[in-house]
Design a protein around this ligand. Structure first.
Ligand SMILES: Nc1nc2c(ncn2[C@@H]2O[C@H](COP(=O)(O)OP(=O)(O)OP(=O)(O)O)[C@@H](O)[C@H]2O)c(=O)[nH]1
Ligand SMILES: [Mg+2]
Length: 446
């Protein structure tokens, strides 16, 4: 099934593989013209029509998977679809595993691995910016950047290995050894810069895919739930003047300039009044540990430097941004506040009630995440890609060290390792385990 289950105008079943011409003839009586929608009856074993719909035939290799492919567009009834799928199984088909179409497309060279992943990311995207950047990856922008880097690595390897093979000969037409060294050095430097740039872009692309987890924490009645509602622009959480209003935690997705942000509102931190509240606080701490950024929300008028220091300590080592709420009562001007302190920390003063300072708070969250917003040429990326770039970069650094120590052989080896790790991104180098893991997370029928 290529369309989601349920009732609708149409539902589409999709098949791929060598047996399609025979199956299609048995099901509809004929094989349609390639790539031409043809109206036909889908027939049960006894010849009775299951439904009348469109059949579309894509002969190999011009299909998504690269194999023969067939689409059956039927009326969108779960009953009709289940009869149709059962009939196809009778005729020798089997149900596809999740992601199997894309996996075959990858194995048949129709897509590289990063592109196949972009297909899933496009389907799963939760903001327009994420969808656009997934399209960039699907069109191969990320892959071609990775291949460019791999190409530069190849050139450098040729240079280095030629020197290893013919240490006494002049490769570059009479260049001295010092010039040769300078060339390798410049290339290494250029490569490291290209790597840093690509990693930065991939990190932003990963944010668009996975979003940012932000936890709201702080004393009871500080206005955590009010702030969640203000940022979400809807009354999602219950707000009241009774301390201990929020007990369970509550998640809300918001779209910050294209970056999906998952806000978690949690129970206020204090001596628990009962066991429900104690459990709520345990969950609050848990949510805060998982978060990429903690917003420590306080009542601006109520806290002293001493109580603030205590609250901060309770937040642990992760990144924390102090939010001074209720400026309408404290009289402080809303916006970014320099807190002083040894790290020159900043806080944001807001009034969740009036909506003051929220724009600045959004900006601070974005900049803490390294998100610039409004970027057009971002490609989507996954943690897996970042990890590969990290490992490749480590090999490159090792190569630079070997070069500095004059160990040509080890230099060449590190460059080769760097290139292999890059190949993991596009799938030129991949293990069955990795492929299994990637495609298993796709939806059925994709
Ligand atoms: N004047 C003023 N009142 C606010 C502001 N933000 C929240 N409040 C009020 O403060 C009280 C507590 O707000 P909540 O949002 O429920 O606070 P909380 O931090 O979620 O509290 P718990 O869930 O009990 O931990 C409510 O009466 C709010 O209307 C603000 O910016 N200004
Ligand atoms: Mg609350």
């Amino acid at each position: 099934m290529a369309t989601p289950p349920g009732r609708g105008a149409i539902s589409i079943a999709r098949l791929s593989g060598g047996g399609i011409p025979a199956l299609c003839k048995a099901l509809t009586g004929a094989l349609p013209q390639p790539r031409r929608a043809e109206l036909c009856d889908f027939r049960a074993r006894d010849g009775a029509a299951i439904d009348r719909g469109l059949a579309l035939y894509f002969p190999a290799p011009h299909s998504y998977t690269g194999e023969h492919a067939l689409e059956l567009h039927a009326h969108g009834s779960p009953v009709v679809m289940s009869m149709l799928v059962r009939r196809c199984l009778e005729l020798g088909a089997r149900l596809a595993r999740p992601g199997e179409f894309s996996e075959r497309a990858f194995l048949n060279g129709r897509l590289d691995l990063a592109q196949a992943e972009a297909v899933a990311d496009l389907i799963a995207s939760s903001t327009e910016a994420a969808a656009r950047s997934a399209m960039h990856s699907l069109q191969g922008e990320f892959s071609s950047r990775v291949r460019e880097l791999a190409g530069e690595l190849t050139e450098l390897r040729v240079l280095v290995e030629a020197e290893l093979d013919f240490p006494d000969e002049d490769i570059g037409g009479g260049e001295s050894a010092a010039q040769e060294r300078a060339r390798v050095e410049a290339r290494l430097r250029g490569l490291r810069e290209s790597f840093a740039q690509l990693r930065g872009e991939a990190a932003r692309g990963r944010l668009l895919r996975d979003g940012l987890k932000v936890a709201l924490t702080g004393p009871p009645n500080a206005g955590k739930s009010s702030l969640l509602n203000a940022l979400a622009r809807r009354p999602r959480a219950i707000v009241s003047g009774i301390p201990g209003t929020t007990r369970d935690f509550l998640e809300q997705m918001i779209d910050l300039d294209g970056m999906p942000v998952e806000l978690t509102d949690t129970a206020g931190l204090r001596e628990a009044a009962d066991e429900i509240e104690a459990e709520g606080m345990r969950r609050a701490r848990e949510a805060q540990r998982r978060a990429d950024l903690t917003l420590l929300v306080v009542d601006d008028a109520a806290e002293t430097p001493r109580t603030l220091a205590k609250l901060r300590k309770a937040c642990g080592d992760g990144p924390v941004c102090l939010v001074r709420n209720k400026t309408d009562l404290s009289g402080r001007a809303p916006g970014v506040v320099k807190e002083g302190g040894k790290n020159g920390e900043e806080a944001v003063a807001v009034s969740a009630l009036r909506g003051d300072g929220l724009e600045e708070l959004r900006e601070v969250i974005k900049s803490r995440a390294g998100h610039r917003g409004g970027e057009d040429n971002v490609f989507i990326a996954r943690e897996r890609h970042l990890d590969a770039l990290r490992r490749a970069r480590a090999h490159l650094d090792a190569a630079a060290r070997q070069f500095a120590d004059g160990r040509g052989e080890l230099l060449a080896e590190e460059l080769g390792a760097c290139q292999r790790v890059l190949g993991e991104i596009t799938g030129e180098v991949s293990s069955d385990d990795l492929l299994g893991m990637i495609f298993a997370s796709f939806c059925i029928g994709k």
